[in-house]
Design a protein around this ligand. Structure first.
Ligand code: SER
Length: 584
């Protein structure tokens, strides 16, 4: 059975059971600032789970586009996907456990014709917050699942909540037995050896979890279910991975034809990230340095990197998009109307990344030179990590290039730094970025870098007495206060402007390094607000032009800034001048 047939069967089945079919919401949540993407079918329905009246009634069903990005680095194995479709049905204070379980049982065994012997289920074992879910277990038994295939587990397996607070409850999950041998005597559905694959999750949402960790009862008892379409399709087709189903096959086959290097993981990564990026762009997402834009950027970069690894010409991206649109248009007709935009965004971002990689290679060469001069045979992990973080320069490329130079790479230290970084971005994609970064966007980041250039240019033109006294950045302009005893003349301003623009045109790489405050000062970095910094500081170096202690973030290379223009010069306070400038 094809994915679309499963989808249609599902919607029709629930329609027959009194559900209204509602359309899939955008991948980009409209009114929910707590998540970057729609991660589950229930997300757009939260207001109604909490008791709001849904215009379509109390029984709903849909197919929902979802993106989950916690596992980006795992994509490439045989099961993780960042984009997937979730089929769902909801009771908003309508039916509860018995009817829900009966419908699931009937759909699986009568509509999809899954032999009942292949199905196991799990229920909530109970704890201080909610009782053991004997009711669900009884319902399963009554429906036809023998007792020995009904398992009980605690919150870690059988409790569902999106994030840390909100509507939630015990769930009952259905598992498909792939027929693989058990991995040991204790193998059960909670084991991820691959014998049991979760296929459907019915959440009995009658609780609300508060930020302090306590639970209260919701106004109404809801049911929220989710069935992953790609996974179900794969199982029904007897395939080992989702990449073998019709949604991925045409692109997977084409990648195999094009690749000069045989690497199944890379082909999967390209196929998965391309589809995911296309869907995100289609719903209005655009690459950037923050939040969902950053996730999209990472997806496109990782895809590009693996295309390179496969030695596939990057100009093929457009053709691969065509293949996907053809493959998926029946399921997502919006891809057809947005095809050109999707291509444009992907290609532009790919070009940026290629440039970044080139800059990274330059930086890499410098690092090698330095290491060689110092008589070292290894490139230290911090350098490898900086290349990764600032240039998105993949570790495996660094290793490869190092090898060509007869050098090794200190991977242990890199791994440690990388893990810390991963943890940070995991937190970042689960909750939204907190604090300063929340106000950051491409514009303010660009102004931030421009401020460094301006600072240095002022020192060059006016003298070394120039020191930063204040800085304020909005998306419209930068404002920079600095010590200088008299008015800056128009000629001097013109010189400053020209110097900044020259540095922009030189397209200097912006590199971030971490070091102790002492090392930073020794390196000649300009130190601002010194007493605010802890032991370790970040030093941003812009080519050979500027070096400054700063928390960041910054652009990756100066050409990203555009044209720099000083709009105003005025007195700020005694001995302090103020410049306002824009990037055009
Ligand atoms: N919200 C649950 C899930 O995402 C069921 O829809 O699995």
């Amino acid at each position: 059975m094809k994915a679309i047939e499963i989808r249609n069967k599902y919607l029709k089945f629930f329609e027959r059971h009194g559900h209204k079919i509602i359309p899939s919401s955008s991948l980009i949540p409209e009114n929910d600032p707590s998540v970057l993407f729609t991660t589950a079918g229930m997300q757009p329905l939260i207001p109604y789970l909490l008791g709001g009246k849904h215009p379509e009634g109390t029984r709903l069903t849909d197919y929902q586009k979802c993106v989950r990005t916690v596992d980006i680095e795992d994509v490439g194995d045989n099961r993780h996907l960042t984009f997937f479709e979730m089929l769902g049905n909801w009771s908003l204070g309508d039916y509860f456990k018995e009817e829900s379980i009966q419908m699931s049982y009937d759909f699986l065994t009568k509509e999809l014709n899954i032999p009942v012997e292949k199905i196991s289920v799990t229920c909530f074992a109970g704890d201080e917050d909610a009782p053991r879910d004997e009711v669900s277990a009884k319902c399963w038994e009554k429906a036809g699942i023998p007792k020995e295939r009904i398992y009980f587990f605690g919150k870690e397996n059988n409790w569902w909540i999106a994030g840390n607070e909100g509507p939630c409850g015990p769930d009952t999950e259905m598992f498909y037995d792939t027929g693989k041998p058990a991995c040991g005597p204790n193998c059960d559905p909670s084991c991820d050896c691959g014998k049991y694959v979760e296929i459907w999750n019915n959440v009995f949402m009658e609780y609300f979890k508060h930020p302090d960790g306590t639970y209260s009862k919701l106004k109404q008892r809801n049911v929220d279910t989710g069935l992953g379409l790609e996974r179900m399709t794969m199982l029904l087709q007897g395939k080992e991975t989702p990449y073998e189903i019709e949604l991925f096959l045409p692109v997977m086959d084409r990648l195999k034809e094009l690749a000069k290097v045989d690497n199944i993981n890379s082909r999967r990564i390209v196929a998965e990230h391309l589809r995911s990026s296309m869907m995100i762009i289609c719903d209005g997402g655009r690459p950037s340095n923050i939040e969902r834009g950053y996730i999209l950027r990472r997806l496109i970069r990782r895809m590009t990197r693996h295309l390179r690894k496969l030695e596939i010409n990057l100009d093929e991206i457009g053709n691969l998009v065509d293949i996907y649109v053809e493959t998926l248009k029946e399921m997502y007709p919006e891809l057809v109307t947005n095809k050109n935009t999707i291509k444009e965004v992907l290609i532009e971002e790919k070009n940026k990344f290629v440039k970044t990689l080139e800059n990274g290679e330059r930086e890499f060469n410098k690092a090698v030179e330095k290491a060689k001069k110092e008589g070292k045979t290894k490139i230290d992990g911090q350098t490898v990590f900086n290349l990764y973080e600032t240039y998105g320069f993949p570790q495996e490329i660094t290793v490869e290039l190092a090898k060509e130079q007869g050098m090794e790479v200190e991977l242990e230290q890199f791994d440690k730094l990388f893990k810390e970084h991963q943890e940070k971005s995991r937190l970042g994609s689960e909750q939204k970025f907190k604090g300063g970064l929340a106000e950051q966007n491409e514009k303010t980041i660009a102004y931030h870098t421009a401020t460094h250039l301006l600072h240095k240019a002022l020192k060059l033109v006016l003298g070394d007495h120039v020191a930063q006294k204040g800085s304020n950045i909005t998306t419209e302009r930068l404002r920079f206060d600095f010590s200088h005893p008299q008015k800056v003349t128009p000629e001097e301003l013109k010189k400053v402007e020209d110097i900044v623009n020259e540095q922009i045109q030189r397209d200097l790489p912006v590199v971030c390094e971490e070091m102790s405050l002492e090392e930073a000062k020794k390196s000649g970095a300009i130190g601002l607000f010194e007493n605010k910094y802890g032991e370790k500081v970040k030093v941003y170096t812009i080519g050979d032009f500027s070096k400054e202690i700063c928390g960041g973030p910054h652009v990756e290379h100066t050409a990203q800034l555009g044209k720099f223009k000083i709009k105003k010069e005025e007195a700020s306070s005694s001995g302090v001048r103020r410049i306002k400038a824009v990037l055009e």
